[in-house]
Design a protein around this ligand. Structure first.
Ligand code: PMP
Length: 395
C-alpha cells in the first residue's frame, strides 16, 4: 500500500482525499497483485471494464499482432482502419438494424458528448431530459446531464436546457415535448447504487420520444458486454434506443467509447459544418483491436450464459446479518449495508483480507460487486467468505 503522507508530494493529480492507493505490479484473470506480492480478488473489474478478467490471452494477442502494423495513423474518420471497421461491423451485427453506424471515441464521457451533440444537430432542438442520480461522465456536457448536484458543485455554469426527471417515475416522461432534442437514460443506474429501470418506465420514455420526435439515448457504459447476462442490457427490455452509448468494457481494457445510431441520423455530423465533431484518438486502432478480440471471445467462449448462475451464487452466499439488501442484475450488484462508516470499514478490511471492492458515486453505503464474468463459482465462494469475514471485523 502507498503511504498517503507521500502522496501529498506525488506528481500525479489527486481525485479524492483518500484514494485506495494499491500499487499494482501485475494482474491476471480475477487477480491483482501489488508490489509486495500480495494478491487481491478483483471484485470491481476496474469499474466494469475487464469483463473477461485481466490479460485475456485473445486480447493480449490481438494487441501484439496489431503493434506490428501501426499505432496512430490519422485522426478519426479520414483513413480506413481495418480494426475500426471490423469492430464496427461486429458491434452493429448484434444490434437492432436501425443501430447501424458507429462513431468511436476515447471514453464514455466523450461518447455522451457526441450523442448529445448529434441529437441537437439532428433534431435542431436544444433541450435534454436526464434523470436524478444518473452518472454520464465528467466533461461539461456529460456532467450537465449527470443527476447529482454535489458532483457539479464548483463547476458551473453547465449546459442550459437540461432538465432532470425522477428515474423510474413514468410521470417524468411528461417532461418530453416538442423542444426536447434527447432523453438520456441508463438501463441500470450504476452510480446510484445499482438501480434497475422498470420496463414500463423505459417503454414510456420510448413512446414519448417517438411521439415528439426526440431521440432516446441509452447509456450502456456500465451495463453492456455481458455484465447483466445479456450482450446489452436494453435487449432484455424490448426497447430500442435512437442512440446507444458504449464505453468501459467496449475496449477490452483499452480506452474506447462509442455512440451508435442510424446512418441517417449520424450523417448530419458530416456536413454544415464539415468536421464539426472530430477526435484525434477516438477509435484508436489498438483499442479497436482489443475491443474486437474481447467481444469475439465474450461471445464465442459463452461467458454470458454463466452470469445468471454466478449472480445466484453471490446472492445465496451473501447472507451476513449486516446486509440489508442486494440489488441489481447479473454481475452488476450492490450489497446495501445502510451505513457509510460500516461500508468504509468493510472495504478497508476486505482489502486487508485480499479482496478489492468499493462503493458508488451516489451511494456510499453499499459495496460494489462487478467481478470479471470469468470468475468461477469456487472463486465466488472465496470472495463471499472474505466479505463475510470483513463484515464481522467491521462490525
Ligand atoms: N456513463 C456511465 C453510465 C458511466 O458509468 C460512466 C463511467 N462511470 C460514464 C458514462 C463515463 O465514462 P468515462 O469515465 O469513460 O468517461
Amino acid at each position: 500500500m502507498v503511504n498517503f503522507g507521500q502522496m501529498a508530494t506525488s506528481p500525479l493529480a489527486p481525485t479524492s482525499p483518500k484514494p485506495i492507493g494499491l500499487d499494482i505490479l501485475d494482474a491476471e484473470g480475477i487477480y491483482l497483485r501489488d508490489r509486495n506480492n500480495k494478491q487481491y480478488i478483483d471484485l470491481i473489474s476496474g469499474i466494469a471494464v475487464n469483463n473477461l478478467g485481466h490479460r485475456h490471452p485473445s486480447i493480449i494477442q490481438a494487441l501484439k499482432d496489431h503493434l506490428d502494423h501501426y499505432l496512430h495513423a490519422m485522426v478519426y474518420g479520414e483513413f480506413v482502419q481495418e480494426k475500426q471497421l471490423a469492430f464496427a461491423k461486429l458491434l452493429t451485427e448484434h444490434l437492432a438494424s436501425s443501430l447501424n453506424n458507429v462513431y468511436f471515441t476515447n471514453s464514455g464521457s466523450e461518447a455522451v458528448e457526441g450523442a448529445l451533440k448529434l441529437a441537437k444537430k439532428y433534431t435542431r432542438r436544444t433541450e435534454i431530459l436526464a434523470f436524478e442520480k444518473a452518472y454520464h461522465g465528467s466533461t461539461h456536457g456529460a456532467l450537465s446531464v449527470t443527476g447529482n448536484d454535489a458532483l457539479k458543485s464548483g463547476f458551473g455554469p453547465l449546459l442550459p436546457g437540461v432538465f432532470h426527471g425522477v428515474f423510474n417515475e413514468e410521470v417524468s416522461a411528461e417532461l418530453i415535448n416538442h423542444n426536447t432534442a434527447a432523453v438520456i437514460v441508463e438501463v441500470i443506474q450504476g452510480e446510484a447504487g445499482v438501480r434497475n429501470a422498470t420496463p414500463s418506465f423505459l417503454k414510456r420514455l420510448r413512446e414519448r420520444c417517438t411521439a415528439f420526435g426526440a431521440l432516446l439515448i441509452i447509456d450502456e457504459s456500465q451495463t453492456a458486454f455481458g455484465r447483466t447476462g445479456h450482450l446489452y442490457a436494453h435487449q432484455s427490455y424490448d426497447v430500442i434506443p435512437d442512440i446507444l452509448v458504449l464505453a468501459k468494457a467496449l475496449g477490452g481494457g483499452m480506452p474506447l467509447g462509442a455512440f451508435i445510431a442510424s446512418g441517417q441520423v449520424m450523417n448530419v455530423l458530416s456536413h454544415d459544418p464539415a468536421l464539426g465533431h472530430i477526435t484525434t484518438f477516438g477509435g484508436h486502432p489498438l483499442s479497436c483491436a482489443a475491443g474486437l478480440a474481447h467481444m469475439q471471445a465474450l461471445i464465442s467462449e459463452g461467458w454470458m450464459d454463466t452470469v445468471a448462475e454466478k449472480e445466484k451464487r453471490f446472492r445465496e452466499n451473501l447472507s451476513h446479518p449486516l446486509i440489508k439488501e442486494i440489488r441489481g442484475s447479473g454481475l452488476m450488484l450492490a450489497v446495501e449495508l445502510g451505513n457509510t462508516a460500516l461500508r468504509e470499514k468493510a472495504c478497508d478490511q476486505a482489502l486487508k483480507n485480499g479482496l478489492l471492492t468499493d462503493w458508488f458515486l451516489f451511494c456510499d453505503t453499499a459495496l460494489r460487486i462487478a467481478p470479471p464474468l470469468t470468475i468461477t463459482l469456487e472463486q465466488i465462494d472465496q470472495a463471499c467468505a472474505i466479505i463475510d469475514k470483513s463484515l464481522n471485523e467491521a462490525e
